[in-house]
Structures are given as C-alpha cells and as structure tokens.
Design a protein around this ligand. Structure first.
Ligand SMILES: [Zn+2]
Ligand SMILES: [Zn+2]
Length: 677
C-alpha cells in the first residue's frame, strides 16, 4: 500500500488531509463517535463540477442496481468504503433523503437471507429498494404461501438480532459467473453477464453466510434495519416473459423506527377508508358500468346533486368574473383536428375516427378549437378583448383498457374549461385573475394549502417548442411577474412547458397531506396562429390575440374524487346531497314529519324522511352511515312544542330546539359555505 495523502472536503468547508484508504466511518469517528453511530452511509461528490443531487427518485432499475458507478456523479458508498482520491464527503444520516433507500435495500438482503435459511433451494433474482419499501424476486418450484411470509418475517427478526456486518467483497467476473452457473443461479448469471464486462471485478455483499451480487451501499450491519414488515406476495414472469419460469415477488417496507412504520400503516389505513371508489359505492354517489365500458362515469342522484352544486357555483363565479358561458358539440370533423394540430400531436390520446356518410369525425379530447371557432365567427376589435369563453365541456380521451382508476383516470370527463383571448398588454391582469379564481375554488371547497409550479421551456430544445423567443420571453416573464406580485411561492420547472407555451400548475394538498394536480393556467401562441385568429388594433391593423387555457377544477370527475377522499364522504352542509334526515319516532308522528319536511324544503334544504316501520335507532344509524349532517328526531314532546331533537354529525345529540331556530342556524351555515356544523 502506498502512503499517499488525499484531501477530504467536508460540508462545513473543512478539508482533512488523510492517508488514502481512510474510510468515511474513520472520519465520522474522528468528529464524534455519536455522529459515527448515527451514520447510515456516505456520499462522495466529485470535486470538479457542481454538486447536483444523486439519482433522486430514480426508478429501481436493474442498471441502477448493478452497473458500475459513474465516478463523475455524486454517489452513495458504504461507511467502510476506503477513500482513494480527493473528494467532497457528506455523511448520510436519517434525515438525508436517500438514507431510507439504503435501509430498505439492506432490508431486502435481510429478507433474502431469511428466505435462503428457510428454503435453501430458492434462487435469487432482483431485490431493490422502491419509493415505498423494497422487494425481492425469488424462484422456487413450490410457490410461497401467506404462512411462509410470517415464517420469513420471524426469521428476519433473527437475522437482524445477529447484527452481522454487511461486508463488501470482490471477485474476478469469470470466477463469479462460474460459481453462479455451477449453483444454477440463472438470474444472477444473467445480471452479471448483462451489467459487467469481461475483466471486471464483481462486487458482492456478505452478511453472515449470505452473499449477494450487489453494488450496494448498505447499512453497516443487519441490526441497523430497525423496523421491517413484509406486505404482499405476487407472481411475475422472469424478464416479463410468460415462457420463462414464474418468480415470486415478496414486497416489504422498512423504516428507521417502529413509530414511523406504525404511522405509515395508519396513514395507509386512513387512505383506504377514504378511497373514493369505496365511498362512492357506500354513499351511492356514482358507478362505472361494465356493460357501458371502463372509464365512463355514471353519476347517481346523490353524486349528481353534488355535481350540480359544484357546477352552479362555477357558472355563477364565471359570470361574476366576466366570462361568457358557451356550449359546444362532443364531436367534430377530422379536418378541425387537423387544423388544430391534434391529429398531428395528440392523435394517440383520441378515440379513433368514426366514418359517417359525409366525413370522418372524432370525439373531442379538448374544447379549445371549438371556442376558437366561436371567437372567429365574428370580427373582433381591441374593444372586444379580452374575450373569455367558459364551458363545462365533456371531453373523451383514449386510455388503455386496464389503466382506468375510479374517478381519477377515465376515458370521458368534464373540464371546467375556459379560453381567454386577449392583447399582449392584457396578459398579466388576465393571469392574475385566473390565479385569484383558482384560489377561490380551492378555499371554497375546503382546501387550505396548495403548491404552485411554473413550467418553462428549454431554449436549447427548439424542436419541441412552437413560437418565437420573443413570445416565450413575454409569456414566462408575465407569469413570473404575476406570481411575484401576488407573493406566491413557486417552483420553476425548466423544460416542462407544453409545446405551445409555459404554464402555471396549482397542486392542492388534501387532509392527508397528499398532493393533487388540478388547476392549470397555460399560455398558447400556437393555436391562434394555426387558426389565423385576429383582432383589429387601435392602430387599425390586424393583430393576433394571445390565448390562455385555464381549468380550475381541472376535471369535474377528478375534483369530485378528491373531494370525496378529502372529506371521507362527510361533505360540508352546503355540498351534502341530503342535508337533513327526518326520523319520526312512530307512525303517529308522520304528519308532523311531513310538516317539518315542507318547512325545511321551503327554506331550501335537501331533506329525506325515513317513515319506514323501523326502530328509531336503526333509522338514526342509517342516516349516520350516509354521513348526513343533521338528523332531526321527533316524538310527542317535540310535536307538541313545534320543536325537533337535533343530532349533529360528529357531535351527537344536541338536545331539542324550536324548528325555526334550527332552520335559521343551518341556513347561515349553507350561505357561508361553512365547513362547520
Ligand atoms: Zn443488493
Ligand atoms: Zn384549451
């Protein structure tokens, strides 16, 4: 060994001169043994070039698992990896975004260790960390059973308790291949052949007796896998080919602590309870009918009531904010889609053409060309601008069968779509108004938090963007100016603009902290040019207007799905399809029930009477299961007093109140679109 000295640059700017072969663990220990104990791995960042993030969010691809490291990029290594050249070094602790992946990949090795100890005939495939956990593919003639999973989990606890070190070893490639072939390890042979070249050294990781072909890195020892759970068992063909042997893929997840893992499963459970497909059925809101086809939504009376309220609100707001409402057809001749460019750029997402006697037609995937035709139907002057056309337009897009998901991914949906045609000087005000409108949608429907992204073009990639530099600059500057003026924090995403212009996306955050992409405000230089749109300016000359596409619910179906999950089906009073459930205690109170119903309906409430010959408690339970905001119960006492006994969702029995008092209070809540009861 040489006694060469290398320079290790630490994040605080300190530079350590150490002998080559020093490990990140040595350096951590020299800072503090407590720090060393808290480290999971280390990140080496080449000194030349900027320190960009290493492969964050990368798919668990095989190449990422096995291919040789790119020494020019930041990369994670074991704490015990000898440092051989000058480098920048970051010690990776639990708070590092990549730390959990290292733990999860180590958990996959722990699982494979347990499997081989229990079922030594098993052959190993691929075992990466994923965004939510890890998996390992196994080949075994006899498939694993759910009982086996419990055995494997118990054995994993033993492997973890042994706290064996993860040790990196090397072997000449040809020797490794010979050993794998001798043992019939066909999958490992495949990976080594595919991802290394003759003459390479192949790296292995050993913990106890278990050895796996792997690039790493790993946690220092098996005991560092603190909380782990196996979740599912699924079959998959080797290399995705059904002629190949069927593999068993065992999924699991791992966390830094049992507490974090418990919180994760509690969140999953909560999300499952809120699943809009489940609640849609329970509350009889909507269905998808096999006979009609997937991805096509049937709105049942209660779901349709909520939709009506959403749409009424949206139309009223559009009118208040200076939009004109329009309706347009669901199909149009292919010629229109050629002019708009959809035939060229978007055909793969459209329903195939229908041949009629005069021409071929297509279902519309977007409303934009139709609104343009309305604009173009009469000459426009600068005095007419901006023209704002809004429509709750049904559009149809082709999604592959098997990819649809409830209300979230469908083949037919309704956009709350609008197109604004204006002069360049009006862009900022129009965009600002769109953002105000989007915020009004989110707060009115009960969302407190949102995130904003500004997608810009890539000036070096002209092939993928239409429009001049000048236009792009104008559009991007005005979007930025508006966001800055409104003091809205946003993330710029370069190269993510649509081909026709930059856009602002607004993602809302639901009650479980999940992000949903809904509202979008997009610039367009392309369509006005394709359709040769014009207005006569103050100068008497013809000019091309600028076009803004904007959708705020995005898709009414999708927004409804998000609302169902956000509220877990317990809609605020103003949105609830049935606001008040009436429970007469016995038959002699039915007449009073009708009177109460009449008064409530006259006051504008949506009411349902349960006059079945059932027990009071059963009727109350049924309304409660439907998440009805108020249940009014009455017997002799209430009838005599002209009162009702009020049960409030989430609060229980509130005692008796005069009917007029209840009506006044509930009415105020509806009018204020209140989230409270
Ligand atoms: Zn591995
Ligand atoms: Zn549009």
């Amino acid at each position: 060994m040489s006694t060469q000295t290398i320079a290790v640059h630490l994040p605080d700017g300190a530079v350590r001169e150490v002998p080559a072969g020093t490990t990140p663990l040595d350096i951590a220990n020299s800072i503090s043994p407590r720090l060393a104990a808290a480290c999971i791995a280390a990140r080496l960042i080449p000194l030349a070039g900027a320190a960009q993030a290493a492969d964050a969010g990368e798919e668990p691809s095989e190449a990422a698992m096995y291919a040789a490291d790119d020494a020019a990029k930041p990369r994670l290594v074991d704490l015990t990896a000898p440092l051989t050249a000058d480098t920048r070094l970051e010690l990776v602790k639990e708070n590092d975004p990549e730390a959990l992946k290292v733990v999860r990949h180590s958990a996959a090795h722990v699982m494979a260790t347990a499997v081989l100890e229990l079922f030594p005939e098993t052959k190993l495939g691929h075992g990466p960390a994923t965004d939510s956990g890890f998996f390992y593919d196994f080949y075994r003639e006899k498939p694993f059973t759910p009982e086996d999973l419990a055995l494997i989990e118990a054995k994993m606890a033993e492997v973890i308790a042994r706290d064996d070190k993860f040790v990196r070893e090397h072997e000449p490639r040809e020797q490794a291949l010979a050993e794998f072939e001798k043992d019939g390890d066909f999958m490992k042979t495949h990976f080594v052949t595919k991802f290394t070249v003759p003459g390479d050294e192949v790296s292995f990781y050993r913990n106890g007796k278990f050895v796996d072909f792997c690039r790493g890195p790993h946690v220092p020892s098996t005991g560092r896998v603190k909380a782990v759970k196996l979740t599912t068992l699924a079959g998959a063909y080797w290399l995705g080919d059904e002629k190949n042997p069927q593999l068993q893929r065992i999924h699991g997840t791992a966390f830094f602590s049992q507490k974090e893992m418990d919180a994760h499963f509690a969140r999953l459970e909560e999300a499952a309870k809120r699943d809009h497909r489940l609640l849609g059925k329970q509350l009889d809101l909507f269905s998808i009918q096999e006979l009609a086809g997937p991805g096509l939504i049937f709105w049942h009376p209660k779901g349709a009531m909520i939709r009506k309220i959403m749409e009424d609100w949206m139309r009223e707001e559009c009118l208040r904010r200076g939009y004109s409402l329009v309706y347009t057809p669901h199909v149009a001749k292919v010629n229109l889609w050629q002019t708009s460019g959809h035939e060229g750029f978007y055909a793969a997402n459209m329903f195939t053409p229908m041949e009629l006697d005069d021409a071929n037609y297509r279902m519309k995937p977007m409303n934009c060309p139709f609104h343009i035709l309305i604009y173009k139907n009469s000459p426009k002057s600068y005095r007419d601008l901006p023209v704002r056309l809004a429509e709750l337009g049904n559009v149809y897009r082709y999604e592959r069968s098997g990819t649809m998901h409830g209300l979230l991914r469908v083949r037919g949906f309704t956009q709350d779509d609008a197109h604004i045609f204006c002069m360049p000087s009006q862009i900022e005000d129009e965009v600002e108004a769109c953002i105000d409108f989007a915020k009004a949608v989110l707060t009115t429907f009960g969302f407190k938090e949102f995130k904003v992204e500004l997608s810009t073009w890539d000036p070096n990639d002209r092939a993928h963007y239409a429009g001049s530099d000048e236009n792009w600059k104008l559009a991007e500057t005005s979007l930025k100016t508006v966001l800055d003026r409104k003091e809205i924090a946003y993330k710029v995403i370069p190269g993510e603009a649509a081909f026709y212009g930059p856009k602002i996306d607004i993602k809302l955050v639901d009650v479980l902290g999940r992000l949903w992409q809904l509202s979008t405000v997009q610039f367009d230089f392309n369509l006005p040019a394709r359709f040769e749109m014009e207005y006569v300016g103050e100068d008497g000359e013809r000019h091309q207007p600028v076009m803004v596409h904007r959708a705020l619910f995005g898709s009414v179906e999708r927004f409804f799905g998000v609302l169902i999950e956000h509220y877990a089906g317990a809609f605020p009073l103003w949105l609830a399809p049935v606001q008040v459930g009436l429970v007469p205690i016995s038959e002699r109170h039915h007449e009073y029930a009708r009177k109460v119903e009449k008064e409530l309906k006259a006051a504008g409430f949506r009411v349902e009477i349960d006059d079945r010959n059932e027990k009071m408690n059963g009727k109350i339970r049924d309304f409660a299961n439907q998440k009805t905001p108020y249940i009014l119960v009455f017997g002799d006492k209430e009838q005599e007093a002209g009162a009702v006994s009020v049960r409030t969702r989430g609060k229980g029995d509130q005692g008796s109140a005069p009917l007029a008092e209840f009506i006044a209070k509930a009415k105020a809540l509806v009018e204020g679109q209140s989230m409270e009861l």
